[in-house]
Design a protein around this ligand. Structure first.
Ligand code: NDP
Length: 444
């Protein structure tokens, strides 16, 4: 059995009931097969793949908090410190009822390669809890965040592990957690990114993942002779990534006709009204059913359905495995040119293969959505030098990072005979840097 197959089998056996983690490991290891085969004896001797696929540390803890009626609730908190070969652990905290150790491990594993691709010195980590902020009062969210940070603060720090936001963890939650960290540890330091601008946050961090997704998509299409201007785009999700992807796409002259949340989706043939969307989701924290009040001509549908709409470009920006083989078939039948992942692993392995086999330009999340963590790293730089850069400076750094990242993955794919396969390109380019650092640092 090849080294890659051996490690995939071992990971599946030793980590049962973690299908998302298996999926992420399989995708990465399959696509670095070429480079592993070339270096098999040294990688095997150093157990490089086993070390890469096993987190350096996994922390699981109880989070007890009291609701507005005096009832005590218990949630589970996680932090997976996956790999620190190229820098302090960096990766978001997800607050969603679906969170479990397998989900956090898949996200942490992906984060290693994504962070490497940014070209910045950040290792991979991820965390979160099965707490659901939806429907909770601000005071209840604060109670949870303080309880969560009371334990997490023992394991993180500006030079060890720097968490950020993710699903369910926005500016409000970051603020409460930062306040609690500062109170307990007695230091004002850049321990979290995505902070408010008045206390060390970076301009453009809110917009970064969505904007970065569009910068990369535009560059990739340009290199294939396609102008994004005038194109029709379908987007899923209506959260942080989706909103700013829609905003930047409209600025570039494209027309985004869909968005969705976990209960339904909107089709607006005139182009999604991003001001209305921000009001509904960022200010009022309402469901997408409200969208029709702002745009009566738009359609609202219950359930899933975004990928049934014909488009030139599809940007899945909601959650993992939200675009399956049937969706991929519908997109190809509708003439889609490109699928770029705003969310983490939103496309199933089967759907990815179908899209690639049908000539669709497919960019995986670890490359396409890296703008968020890249800007988080820029926030860390600003915190270290105690300065705040202008919007223009951060935005222009973000754009350069995304353009450079695209060429990096494109070149890596070409070097390994997989021209145009950006899954292979991203995994190889991300892996090369981390592997080199791990080999140089000995067996630690
Ligand atoms: P948000 O919580 O802001 O938004 C998530 C959106 O996806 C919401 O519209 C939510 O709907 C929807 N959604 C979540 N879970 C499901 C589900 N199970 N089924 C259908 N819809 C769902 O999160 P973000 O925008 O920050 O994150 C979206 C994705 O992007 C995630 O995969 C995240 O890991 C990834 N990402 C985020 C980055 C960031 O900077 N924020 C950086 C890189 C990647 P509802 O509100 O109804 O739950």
């Amino acid at each position: 059995m090849s080294y890659v197959d051996e490690v995939i089998a071992r990971i599946k056996k030793e980590n049962p009931d973690e299908p998302e983690f298996h999926q992420a490991v399989t995708e990465v290891l399959e696509s670095i097969r070429g480079i592993v085969d070339e270096n098999e004896s040294s990688f095997r001797r150093d157990a490089l793949l086993e070390r890469l696929c096993n987190p350096e540390r996994q922390i699981k803890f109880r989070v007890s908090w009291i609701d507005d009626k005096g009832q005590v609730h218990v949630n589970t908190g996680y932090r997976v410190q996956f790999n620190s070969a190229i820098g302090p652990y960096k990766g978001g905290l997800r607050l969603h009822p679906s969170v479990n150790i397998g989900i956090i491990k898949f996200l942490g594993f992906e984060q290693i390669f994504k962070n490497s691709l940014t070209g910045l010195p950040i290792g991979g980590g991820k965390g979160g809890s099965d707490f659901d902020p939806k429907g909770k009062s601000d005071r209840e969210v604060m109670a949870f965040c303080q309880a969560f940070m009371s334990e997490l603060c023992k394991y993180i720090g500006a030079y060890t592990d720097v968490p950020a936001g993710d699903i369910g963890m926005g500016a409000r939650e970051i603020g409460y957690m930062f306040g609690q960290y500062k109170k307990l540890r007695g230091v004002f330091e850049g321990v979290l990114t995505g902070k408010g601008k008045s206390y060390g946050g970076s301009l453009v961090r809110t917009e970064a993942t969505g904007y970065g997704l569009l910068y990369l998509t535009e560059e990739m299409l340009r290199c294939h002779g396609v102008d994004i201007k005038g194109k029709t785009i379908t987007v899923s999700g209506a959260g942080n990534v989706a909103i700013y992807a829609i905003e930047k796409a409209a600025e570039m002259g494209a027309r985004v006709v869909t968005c969705s949340d976990s209960t339904g989706w909107v089709y607006d043939p005139d182009g999604i009204d991003v001001t209305a969307l921000k009001e509904i989701k960022e200010v009022r924290r309402q469901r997408l059913t409200e969208y029709k009040k702002y745009r009566p001509s738009a359609e609202y549908h219950e359930g899933r359905g975004v990928w049934s709409v014909k488009s030139d470009i599809a940007l899945p920006c909601a959650t993992q495995n939200e675009l399956d083989i049937e969706d991929a078939k519908a997109l190809v039948a509708g003439g889609v040119i490109a699928v770029c992942e705003g969310a983490n692993m939103p496309t199933t392995l089967e759907a990815t293969k179908y899209l690639q086999d049908n000539g669709v330009y497919f960019v995986p999340g670890k490359a396409a959505n890296a703008g968020g963590v890249a800007t988080s790293a820029l926030e860390m730089s600003q915190n270290s030098e105690r300065l705040a850069w202008s919007f223009e400076r951060v935005d222009s750094e973000l754009k350069s990072i995304m353009v450079r990242l695209y060429h990096n993955i494109d070149n890596a794919a070409k070097r390994y005979g997989a021209d145009g396969n950006y899954v292979v390109g991203a995994n190889i380019a991300g892996f090369e840097k981390v592997a080199k650092a791990m080999m140089a640092q000995g067996i630690v």
